[in-house]
Design a protein around this ligand. Structure first.
Ligand SMILES: [Zn+2]
Ligand SMILES: [Zn+2]
Length: 167
C-alpha cells in the first residue's frame, strides 16, 4: 500500500453515501442522471432485474428528450429585435443547444457572402459571458448567441439578418 492510498478514502471503508434519489419518470435511472440528459445516460449503467438479466426497456426519459422542443428566442441584431422560432435539443449531436430557423446572413473571409441564410446555434451562458450576447427564450431560459455558422462544410460567421429570409 502506498502513501496515496491512505488518503483516497477520506471517510474510511465504512462510509456509505446517501442513497441517490430515483428519477420520478422512469424505472431505470436516478434523478441526477435524467436531469443531466444525454452525457449522463451514456455513462450510466442500466439496472438489472433481480435475476441479474439487464434491463433492456427503452428509457421513457431518453425517448422524450429525443424530441426537440419548439421555442421562440428574442434576438436583436443591427438594432432590429425579432422573435425567432428555434428548437431546443436535449439529446443527440446538438444536445444542450438552441438552434434557430435559417434567418441569418453569414460571411467568410475566403468565400465571401454565404449563398443561403443560416441558422444560429445558441449556448448556455457561463459566468464570464459578455451580458450583451445573452438573449432570452419563450421558456424564460437565457442563451448566448453563437456567431459561427457552417454551409457545405465551410465555416462562416453570422453578420446580421438575412434579407432573403424575409421578415
Ligand atoms: Zn428518468
Ligand atoms: Zn431511465
Amino acid at each position: 500500500m502506498s502513501a496515496d492510498d491512505a488518503f483516497s478514502e477520506p471517510f474510511g471503508p465504512e462510509y456509505v453515501g446517501p442513497a441517490p434519489e430515483a428519477c420520478p419518470n422512469c424505472p431505470c435511472h436516478t434523478r441526477r442522471v435524467c436531469d443531466g440528459f444525454q452525457w449522463q445516460w451514456l455513462r450510466s449503467e442500466r439496472p438489472t432485474y433481480s435475476d441479474g438479466t439487464p434491463y433492456e426497456e427503452p428509457c421513457p426519459c431518453e425517448q422524450v428528450a429525443a424530441e426537440p422542443v419548439d421555442r421562440t428566442v428574442l434576438i436583436e441584431l443591427d438594432g432590429i429585435l425579432r422573435a425567432v422560432p428555434a428548437q431546443y435539443h436535449r439529446s443527440g449531436l446538438l444536445a444542450g443547444r438552441l438552434v434557430t430557423e435559417r434567418v441569418f446572413s453569414a460571411e467568410s473571409a475566403v468565400l465571401g457572402e454565404c449563398p443561403v441564410p443560416v441558422p444560429m446555434g445558441l449556448y448556455r451562458p457561463k459566468t464570464e459571458t459578455d451580458p450583451r450576447l445573452i438573449v432570452i427564450d419563450s421558456a424564460g431560459e437565457t442563451w448566448v448567441m453563437g456567431f459561427a455558422a457552417q454551409h457545405s462544410l465551410q465555416s462562416y460567421r453570422i453578420t446580421g439578418w438575412s434579407l432573403a429570409a424575409g421578415a
